[in-house]
Design a binder for this molecule. Sequence first.
Ligand code: NAG
Ligand code: NAG
Ligand code: NAG
Length: 448
Amino acid sequence: MKGQVLFFSALALILLISGSMATVASSWVNQDVVRSIDLTSQLSKSTIQIKARALKESSVYQLAIDSSYHSSIQVFDEDSRLPLLVKFDSISHKKVKSEGVLNLKVIVTLMGQMKPYPEHITQTQGQLVKYTDNHYFSTPYKTESQKTTVKLATAKVESASELSPSSVKGNTVSYGPYKNIEAFTVSAMSIHFENNAPFLVITSLIKEYEVSHWGNLAVETHYDVQHKGAALKGAFSRLDFQRQPSPAHIAEIQEIVPKSAADFYYRDSIGNISTSSYTHHPNHLTLKIVPRFPLMGGWKNSFYAGFNLPVGQFLSVDSDTGSYVLNVTFGVGIDNIYVESHTVKFILPEGATDIKVTAPFDVKMSQENRKTYLDTVGRPVLVLHLDHTAAENYQYIQVSYNLSSMAMFHEPLLLIGAVFALCVLIMIYVRFELSISKNNIVVDKKTN
Ligand SMILES: *[C@@H]1O[C@H](CO)[C@@H](O)[C@H](O)[C@H]1NC(C)=O
Ligand SMILES: *[C@@H]1O[C@H](CO)[C@@H](O)[C@H](O)[C@H]1NC(C)=O
Ligand SMILES: *[C@@H]1O[C@H](CO)[C@@H](O)[C@H](O)[C@H]1NC(C)=O
């Protein structure tokens, strides 16, 4: 019941944003909606196929997203297959004439919609979770026909809410078809089932790209992780674990890194080296990090990992402006993970100016200064921050900047200058000694 109240309030919030319900509801009608909800990981991923008919000429279609969870939303025009711009809860689209039809594919990933239930389990128990949703597609428009299938992580279903016609078959729960459902109709859906997928959350992630125009792009990432599934009840027994591993523990973390990555290192917070390895794939490497202890429910761990990349593959020069453009990924290449606090830093060469970012999503930006080896004024550090990111944020972003050749040669010139000065000193010293010895000879000759 509480879930239902929450749901109503969340939908009400979106109604407020979208203005008067009467005008919204009279602009579209959903002819057919097919929802597939994937609950095989810790994230709930809905793929929604919508066929909507415009009741009057319109360019904005509105979506109702449950605002009690963090979400990432992608929308594609099924006719042109192009991604569309999503602003809060509405989709800007080409103008659709009255009685015209819009075909959309909407992908919504919600974080934390599955709650461990019970919240505490013993080492040998499987993890049960409760999923709550709406049996109907939440929308500000009337829906003529709709159905929903939910794919679960396992076929161990404790209970699933019913709304005829509905069924449970193996790990699939089906709802509908339902006909002629009015706008914003809510009927609470609840599914209680076993899900031992890793409920691994990165509570804080700080990734640094250090750019050197002399060949290297150093990448280092600091991770604070937590197992946010059902918390472990009682003490952990290594012996029992070796005999019978827990169904819901996290033993390793696999991250996708660029194919050209080399010189890997990995450390945990106490400075202890745990095992890590990588495997080759046609387009990338997979870095596997195995902490010294398996991560049990509620447990935390912190570690960092790094590698080097050849800068030439990621840095190019814009032929129009002469600016340097660094093209690298934002986000982590770990499947089905989400990050609560996500920071990416770019340590640019000393003297870089006109720093700009191009990203396919909004990020918070700020700038710092960092002094390292051989720097005189320090390097500009561009800091990007985003809260609550998911796999959708594993995308390429571009950082551009100007760097005069003077600034670029600053460090080598400094080095060359130092070496030159040293040579001059040695030369003077040697000459000085020579002239003294010559003098001595001359003096010797004179005295003779
Ligand atoms: C690293 O871990 C091992 C056991 O796994 C322990 O004996 C050792 O003291 C640890 N080293 C440090 C520096 O914490
Ligand atoms: C610096 O970058 C801007 C674009 O960001 C460009 O218009 C400008 O010409 C550049 N200046 C130099 C000196 O390269
Ligand atoms: C960035 O790099 C990726 C992968 O190499 C490439 O697909 C993408 O087109 C690049 N983007 C830009 C703007 O250069």
